[in-house]
Design a protein around this ligand. Structure first.
Ligand SMILES: Nc1ncnc2c1ncn2[C@@H]1O[C@H](COP(=O)(O)OP(=O)(O)OP(=O)(O)O)[C@@H](O)[C@H]1O
Ligand SMILES: [Mg+2]
Length: 262
């Protein structure tokens, strides 16, 4: 199971939107997908609770457990046996578990290890903080993807995150790979954004997601959380155009994870 952490300590940059689209695209491509919401805001949990409820036929073998169960020793994870989609959803008690100074990250890592041969891809949606949840995600991840808005703060947040990631890599997880900074909510008519993108290419080209891939600011993406649908399932002309442009980005991310035989 290849694990991807979607991380940026800046809020509202599109982490959750991107995480759910990657997971559903991977599922469409025939992969068995585990989705973990480790953000107590529970945005992606809500999305998937509705999505799974409304698409029972299509999502056939799917099971859900609370994310806190991964922080408990001897957790029964057998609900995920023989499933094609697994959801670990955020509940109220996740905050106290993550806030407990005696939290044992090894328990979480061991529990995930038990799911290793049950799914092909695991997507972890993280909160906009550099707290223990972010670190827990990076300790177990094979990859980190960092969505950024083209604003000074967002870029700075991502650069700080890369420092944290490199520390985790040195201390705990030498195989961690950075997939890149993925520009998100991009408005190509905004000169400020364009100049930040140009600066990024000048100074941090090696950190940007390859091939100039990015996601544009589009109403269809904003609608996904209200409709609980990925953009390609929104029956609307504008959404279809957004889907046609953005889906290759999600496919590329999935293929980078699957193609890299580690
Ligand atoms: N490409 C986009 N175009 C337009 N709206 C978007 C786009 N991506 C996300 N949004 C909207 O922006 C808001 C924030 O997005 P999202 O929740 O994905 O960000 P986030 O980084 O997960 O936020 P948080 O840090 O709070 O978890 C949401 O209302 C979402 O619908
Ligand atoms: Mg989010």
């Amino acid at each position: 199971m290849k694990k991807l952490a979607i991380s940026n300590q800046k809020g509202g940059v599109g982490k959750t939107t991107i995480a759910v689209h990657i997971a559903l695209q991977a599922y469409k491509m025939g992969h068995k997908v585990l989705f973990i919401d480790i953000d107590t805001q529970a945005n992606s949990s809500l999305f998937f609770e509705h999505y799974l409820e409304n698409n029972q036929e299509q999502m056939g073998n799917a099971a859900s457990l609370p994310t806190v169960s991964l922080f408990e020793e001897n957790s029964d994870l057998s609900a995920f046996d023989d499933q094609r989609f697994g959801l670990l959803y955020s509940t109220n008690d996740l905050a106290s578990v993550l806030g407990n100074p005696d939290i044992d990250i090894a328990v979480w890592a061991n529990n995930l290890q038990k799911l290793d041969d049950k799914f092909d891809i695991c997507v972890i949606d993280t909160p906009p903080t550099l707290a223990i949840s972010q670190i827990a995600a990076m300790v177990v991840a094979d990859y980190v993807l960092s969505p950024i808005e083209l604003s000074t703060y967002s870029v700075q947040g991502a650069i700080n995150l890369i420092t944290t990631m490199n520390n985790i890599k040195d201390d705990y997880n030498p195989n961690l790979l950075f997939l890149g900074l993925l520009p998100s909510r991009v408005n190509k008519n905004n000169n400020r954004q364009l100049s930040i993108l140009a600066e990024l290419k000048n100074e941090y080209n090696h950190l940007l997601y390859p091939n100039d891939l990015m996601l544009l600011e589009r109403q269809a993406f904003a609608d996904t959380s209200a409709l609980n649908l990925p953009v390609w399932e929104i029956q609307e002309h504008a959404a279809r155009k957004v889907a046609a442009k953005s889906r290759p980005v999600f496919t590329d991310i999935v293929n980078r994870m699957i193609g890299d035989k580690k």
